[in-house]
Ligand binder design. Structure first.
Ligand SMILES: [Fe+2]
Length: 396
């Protein structure tokens, strides 16, 4: 777990931060900030990021000495040591968090290299895909709930990793061979790589796009495919997914307007997941829409843009109350779904977080396994978290 800030930590206004200071507390949950660690030595880029987050003050440790600079090779060795010595009995959340973060870093680096025109190391993506596949097998629910978290500035690579994870979960559900499951994970993680080749102003534009800008955005499909075609170790599956993930079975998609069986099953799976993940993402300053809303939106398009049979199977894969869903119980309590795999759809394991009648959070929040009794706590319906003033971390 994260270390608590030391007692001698002092609060410093963000405008006074300087490279070399040692940050010990941002005052923001780990999942909600873009850094790998909660405590680290500041450099100018990290100070810029902290300023961009809009924070007023953070805590630093004034006694902490600046460590000698680590060479890149040392850092690489350290990261591979961390991977190989990761304790086997790690609690699921910790392990999930760590692996997801490693995957996000790998995809971020790959996108950075793509933008800079450097050679792409697809092997790194294959390596994290293997780790994600293993973690997904051990902790599927934590993995799916955690993957929904996004920070404001890093949407593309966080989305890419989760598309990879969801594709692997779906492929396993469809009983695809394990090698193919991992290949799908890698392909999912690079499906949007073409976005880095477009002007940054268009990709991160907050408001609606002009027609001309939208035409440019569409280019990320074939440009990404072109880039991957030239990349050693990128599979034909990854090339095709980059090119076709916005195609729709009724021919309404882009860039080629392909339809029906012209689209591979993997492309049709990716189209569903791309939409579902975008709808259900929890942004740092925005709760996102609940998983049930994501399911409703893909169900609406089933049989038109999206493959109807695959949509049905995907709903079965993530469950009607996927992990992270806020539900209302017959006991007039709100609960968050923790686990829904391999059990009746209406009997997940949940954490009770809010008492509606008493209008207060439940402390400490008890965990109930609705499959093992608790008849007084039936699920009545899912609730939109936006209607309740609950912090996003409640949904982990
Ligand atoms: Fe895309």
């Amino acid at each position: 777990m994260d270390r608590p800030p030391p007692k001698e930590a002092v609060e410093v206004p963000v405008e006074d931060l300087r490279p070399g200071m040692y940050l010990v507390d941002l005052g923001v949950q780990w999942a909600m900030h873009p850094f790998l660690y909660n405590q680290f030595e500041l450099d100018q880029p990290s100070i810029d990021k902290i300023r961009a987050m809009g924070l007023k003050q953070v805590r630093i440790d004034p006694h902490r000495k600046r460590p000698p600079p680590a060479s890149e090779a040392k850092q690489a060795a350290e990261s591979s040591r961390r991977r190989s010595t990761r304790a086997k009995n790690d609690d699921g959340r910790q392990r999930t968090r760590q692996i997801t973060q490693e995957a996000r870093s790998a995809v971020r680096d790959l996108l950075r290299d793509a933008r800079a025109g450097r050679a792409l190391r697809m092997q790194d993506i294959d390596a994290v895909s293997e780790e994600l596949a293993a973690a997904l097998r051990e902790h599927p629910d934590t993995m799916l709930a955690f993957g929904r978290l996004r920070s404001r500035d890093h949407y593309t690579y966080q989305h890419s990793v989760n598309v990879g994870v969801l594709l692997m979960a779906f492929a396993r559900h469809l009983r695809m061979p394990e090698r193919h499951v991992r290949a799908l994970g890698s392909a999912g993680m690079v499906h949007d790589i073409g976005k880095v080749l477009l002007p940054n102003g268009i990709i991160s534009k907050p408001g609606p796009l002009t027609d001309e800008e939208y035409q440019r955005v569409k280019e990320h499909t074939w440009r990404g495919a072109e880039l991957l075609r030239e990349t050693p170790h990128a599979t034909p599956l990854a090339v095709r997914m980059a090119e076709e993930h916005h195609e729709r079975i009724d021919g309404s998609g882009y860039p080629h307007g392909l339809s029906g069986r012209q689209l591979s099953i993997e492309t049709r799976m990716a189209a569903i997941i791309d939409v579902y993940d975008d709808v259900t993402a929890i942004r740092a300053y925005h709760r996102g829409r609940p998983p049930t809303e994501g399911l409703r939106i893909i169900a609406q398009d089933a049989g038109q843009g999206l493959d109807e049979d695959l949509v049905r199977r995907f709903v079965r894969c993530v469950g009607i109350y996927p992990p992270g869903t806020l539900v209302r119980l017959s006991s007039e309590k709100l609960a968050v779904v923790l686990e829904s795999c391999d059990r009746p759809a209406d009997k997940p394991r949940v954490r009770v977080i809010y008492d509606i009648n008493a209008e207060r959070t439940v402390e400490p929040p008890p965990t109930l396994d609705l499959y093992r009794g608790h008849p007084g706590h039936r699920i009545e319906r899912s609730e939109d978290p936006a209607s309740w003033a609950l912090p996003p971390e409640f949904f982990l």
